[in-house]
Design a protein around this ligand. Structure first.
Ligand code: COA
Length: 436
């Protein structure tokens, strides 16, 4: 990466760094992810989050490690409703597998992260009897024995460790008041903790990839879309993940992210870039529309630079954008990403405004975002005493025509606009009269 690209990249991530600092993220990571070759990088990325001031509760699974240990001990497990019927022989293997998986994570987080970008940092992890459990019991005639479910979370203990700057590492085991140990599902544990702590985010790193629909990444899901997917999903582990996400959202967690473990850097790209790399499930999937502030300059540049490069928009420098920022109206995704913008400029004719720099991120086309921006700009124009809008475009003429604009000639423009007209660009000019 060149120096310039690096500086741009660093500036673009800063709003996310600022936004995430001091927030609590609960991360659920599967046993499969822990044994993946990418785990070494992944755990250091989690340590990086901690070093950026994010409070991390890391909940690990161990199903793959447990299966391996049971096979080695020649013990066959039976599952009902995707829950392992846990007898005392299985429980012995589970304790060993969970303990050893936990040690793997703790050792990766220790020793100052040699051979990693986090070299020299020290992540303090804490654990404890934070999860009270109860037996799953006998259901439909099946006794699940030492398979349990979460009964209570010791919120204040977890909170105080987070405040002290430690990462809280939770294993999928819980304890009953009578001193018994129960085998828990890590999805359930992570979900209960996220709800109890009112976490900002619950992040599951369970599968090699995020959610896909015919090989295409599902970037975001509303709760109703999630419910549809729950109806149609056949795969048991995916079902469990979707159910956990739904429970978390209904329990008050604003955002659940599903991030794949196989791709290097997927977690960081999900949390610190506009496009992300995982699936976001949010309680409120509503975009907001608002005026821009100086803090939005980076996000607007992210949005418009590719369109400038393709010749859709006239090029604007960062400096120009900074001076004109108050002219911009934005559509902002629930994750804080700027996915649409439009600007309103006055002209020398008081009743005529210029609509410019209309842009919608291509992943969000055809959702009425462009139309919404236009309606908002018309509102602002009316408030400023205008009754007409003009726009210039090289490639989007029909979008304007279909929204009530008609083509006009250069000679119809106010003098100052005629003087500045770029004949080389040869943009077509449109005007729309609207009711006051
Ligand atoms: C033009 C643009 C802002 C539309 O954004 P959007 O949020 O997808 O727009 P909407 O959802 O309100 O409208 C979508 C409709 O417009 C149509 N549309 C999109 N681009 C079009 C174009 N170039 N010509 C004709 N129709 C177009 C879509 O096919 C869709 O039609 P439908 O409603 O019949 O399905 C977006 O395509 C964009 O950012 N383009 C590049 C930047 C640009 O050219 N800006 C204008 C110059 S200032």
């Amino acid at each position: 990466m060149s120096n310039k690209n690096y500086i741009d990249f660093f500036r673009q991530t800063s709003p996310y760094i600022h936004d995430h600092r001091g927030k609590t993220f609960v991360i659920g990571i599967s046993g499969e992810a822990i044994q993946d070759s990418n785990f070494h990088c992944l755990i250091h990325d989690i340590a990086l989050l901690q070093s950026l001031g994010i409070h991390i509760v890391l909940v690990h699974g161990a199903r793959t490690q447990i299966d391996r240990r049971l096979i080695a001990s020649d013990i066959q497990s039976k599952f009902e409703q995707n829950i392992r019927i846990t007898d005392e022989h299985a429980m012995r293997c589970i304790k060993e597998a969970v303990g050893s998986t936990r040690l793997t994570i703790e050792s990766e987080l220790s020793m100052g992260m040699p051979n990693s970008p986090m070299y020299g940092s020290r992540v303090r992890t804490v654990g404890g009897n934070f999860i009270a459990a109860q037996p799953f019991g006998v259901r439909n005639g099946t006794d699940f024995q030492w398979a349990g479910e979460v009964r209570k979370i010791d919120k204040s203990a977890i909170d105080s460790h987070l405040k002290n700057g430690s990462m809280v590492l939770i294993s999928p085991l819980g304890f009953s008041p009578t001193g018994e140990i129960f085998n828990l599902n890590y999805h359930e544990v992570a979900t209960c903790i996220a709800v109890e702590l009112n976490a900002e985010k619950l992040i599951f790193i369970s599968h090699p990839t995020a959610l896909l629909d015919k090989d295409k990444l599902l970037r975001s899901l509303s709760l109703s879309q999630l419910a549809e997917l729950q109806e149609t999903t056949k795969e048991q582990q995916q079902m469990e993940l979707l159910d956990a996400a739904a429970t978390a959202c209904h329990g008050g967690v604003e955002r659940v992210h599903l991030v794949g473990f196989a791709e290097d850097g997927a977690l960081l790209s999900e949390l610190f870039t506009r496009d992300g790399s995982g699936t976001l499930i949010s309680r409120e999937c509503k975009n907001t529309i608002r005026l821009a502030t100086i803090d939005d300059v980076g996000g607007i540049l992210d949005l418009i630079t590719p369109l400038e490069n393709q010749g859709f928009l006239v090029r604007r420098s960062r400096e120009l954008l900074e001076t004109e920022i108050t002219r911009f109206t934005l559509v902002v995704h629930p994750e804080g990403l700027i996915i649409g913008c439009a600007a309103l400029y006055p002209t020398s004719n008081e009743s005529l405004g210029e609509l410019a720099c209309v842009a919608v991120h291509e992943d969000f086309h055809d959702q009425g975002i462009g139309a919404r921006l236009l309606a908002k700009i018309e509102d602002h124009s009316r408030e400023s005493g205008m009754d007409r809008l003009m726009a210039m475009t090289t490639k989007t003429a029909h979008w304007f025509i279909e929204r009530g604009f008609t083509e006009v000639k250069i000679s119809d423009l106010p003098d100052s606009k005629q003087e500045m007209y770029n004949y080389q660009r040869n943009a077509r000019i449109f005007e729309k009269q609207f009711s006051p």
